[in-house]
Design a protein around this ligand. Structure first.
Ligand code: NAD
Length: 268
């Protein structure tokens, strides 16, 4: 089998469900050892570790709230103790706490920014520290000193009424990624983002759980199907592998065309 991540060590935050679980499975199949971060889903993370081991892959479960500096630092220490090095971070954890702006509490605003934006900063910083400490290893498993893939969203460009905290967090991720990429390229650290469209996961269950809801959602998707975690996972494998070695600071939209303003197709 083609194993573009052979010998590499990765951390995937929010790896026990949805897109993160898809990324963890695809990374393991691609030859990486995967640290599967979870916050509350310990059993799901451990079940995924066992599933990956049964298929001949390597994984460990890593508990941490990505918005907590001390927990993030402890998680990276645990991963480095287990793996001996780190090649890839997929900063994927994210939440929604939706409310019209007039009703949004400061707690809802802060929690979403803390997890979706500050959490990506904290994890990226610890990954960069590990990458800088190990440097480019000429006979290492990758041409880069390290790779970071941040999970953004089409809502880093598409405004989203009723979700101001979420859209602001993803807009922040978009420029965090470009700035880190610009700052770290000379150290041979590559930072890129994936912006998924509508992917079938627990975060948006009400958007696809009934045929009526799915039909409304499909009106926004030119390609005519809801995305699956595997669609995003394949993009993450590519962005983490040497196949994308010259891709620095880009955002890859994996959205079935959702960012193409499909309403203009029929009403332009
Ligand atoms: P999900 O709810 O299955 O995954 C989110 C993960 O983040 C969960 O595993 C959860 O445990 C974890 N998490 C939440 N708070 C955390 C914290 N404080 N610390 C550590 N982990 C925490 O949903 P998903 O769709 O797989 O979401 C993954 C990412 O993809 C998110 O960043 C989300 O914003 C983004 N995204 C999803 C879609 C979609 O349509 N599903 C679209 C665009 C972007």
């Amino acid at each position: 089998a083609h194993r573009p991540l052979r010998g590499q060590k990765a951390i995937v935050t929010g790896g026990s469900s949805g897109i993160g679980a898809g990324v963890a499975r695809a990374f393991a199949r691609a030859g990486a050892a995967v640290g599967i971060n979870y916050r509350s889903g310990r059993e799901a993370a451990e079940a995924l570790v066992e599933e990956i081991a049964r298929e001949g892959g390597e994984a460990i479960a890593l508990g941490a709230d990505v918005s907590d500096e001390g927990q993030v630092q402890a998680m990276f220490r645990a991963a480095l103790d287990a793996f001996g090095r780190l090649d890839i971070l997929v900063a994927n954890s994210g939440i929604q706490q939706d409310a019209p702006i007039a009703e949004m509490t400061a707690a809802q605003w802060r929690r979403v920014i803390d997890v979706n934006l500050t959490g990506q900063f904290l994890c990226a910083r610890e990954a960069v520290r590990a990458f800088l400490a190990q440097g480019v290893t000429p006979d290492g498993p990758s041409r880069a000193a390290g790779k970071i893939v941040c999970m953004s969203s089409v809502h880093d460009v598409i405004p989203w009424a009723g979700h101001a905290n979420y859209a602001a967090s993803k807009g922040g991720v978009a420029l965090l990624v470009k700035t880190l990429a610009q700052e770290l390229a000379e150290k041979r650290i590559r930072v890129n983002a994936i912006s998924p469209g509508a992917i079938r996961t627990p975060i948006n269950r009400e958007a696809w759980a009934t045929p009526e809801a799915e039909a409304r959602l499909l009106a926004l998707i030119p390609y005519g199907r809801v995305g699956e975690p595997e669609d995003v996972a394949e993009a993450a494998v590519w962005l983490a592998s040497d196949a994308s070695d010259y891709v620095v600071g880009t955002t890859l939209y994996v959205d079935g065309g959702m960012t193409l303003y499909p309403a203009f197709r029929d009403n332009g």
